[in-house]
Design a protein around this ligand. Structure first.
Ligand code: CA
Length: 230
């Protein structure tokens, strides 16, 4: 059965372009030209993923995202304007799964959609084992062990938890505040510098080990564990 994508975009050219391209790639799509229609279609069409523009008539993308998150974990990719770094941070913190900067190439949109769908599918099929393996890298959160190129590397618990958190959602960008909340917990009284310091120490341990993955800084937004195309 085809996976369903809801395209929320008021610019008709962009919506049509995405619609034609994604249908050609085998997805079933529906289009919503405003925020009200988006919420309506989200319920009736029951999509597997939502592409969500921010500036929309009736109800903006933020309000739509909020409504969606009140009732489901369906992946949402925000379509943000170029240079609006603040939008990306806000989007990720409000529960968006990824963002795409306009103007975009349809190929990039497809790659992001596939990555997000793969990730969310993987999460629901989880085995419960807290162990991740990549080329020359094993992160074992059950044993609190980091193996780099086959060798055990002593790593403080928070560093290991941070790496595990990033690597369990490859290519997903996390903001510093998200990482503080999700790794250190809401009651932690540190600031975002804490995250930077831990990333720096992890990089010292992981630098040059493999070209298949890397710990990337996304300027003005946060960090991600980047994994190349398989
Ligand atoms: Ca718009």
């Amino acid at each position: 059965m085809a996976q369903k994508i809801l395209i929320v975009e008021d610019e008709e050219n962009i919506a049509q372009l995405l619609h034609l391209y994604l249908e050609k790639e085998g997805y079933e799509t529906q289009m919503a030209p405003d925020g009200g229609k988006a919420v309506e279609l989200f319920r009736s069409f029951d999509p597997d993923l939502v592409l969500l523009d921010i500036m929309l008539p009736v109800m903006d993308g933020w309000s739509v995202l909020k409504k969606i998150r009140e009732e489901s974990k369906t992946p949402v990719i925000m379509l943000t304007a170029k240079g609006e770094t603040a939008d990306r941070v806000t989007g990720l913190e409000q529960g968006a799964d990824d963002y795409i900067v306009k103007p975009f190439e349809t190929k990039e949109v497809l790659a992001r959609i596939r990555a997000v769908l793969r990730r969310t599918l993987g999460e629901s099929e989880g085995t419960g084992e807290k162990k991740l393996a990549f080329d020359k890298l094993t992160i074992n959160l059950d044993a609190y062990e980091l193996l780099v190129d086959g060798k055990r590397v002593d790593t403080p618990p928070k560093e290991l938890e941070l790496l595990y958190h990033l690597a369990s959602s490859p290519n997903r960008v996390f903001t510093r505040n998200q990482l503080l909340d999700e790794v250190w917990g809401f009651d932690y009284f540190g600031d975002s510098r804490t995250v930077d310091v831990h990333i720096k120490r992890l990089r010292e341990k992981l630098e040059g080990v493999s070209t298949a993955w890397s710990l990337k800084t996304v300027w003005g937004v946060g960090y991600k564990f980047e994994v190349g195309p398989a």
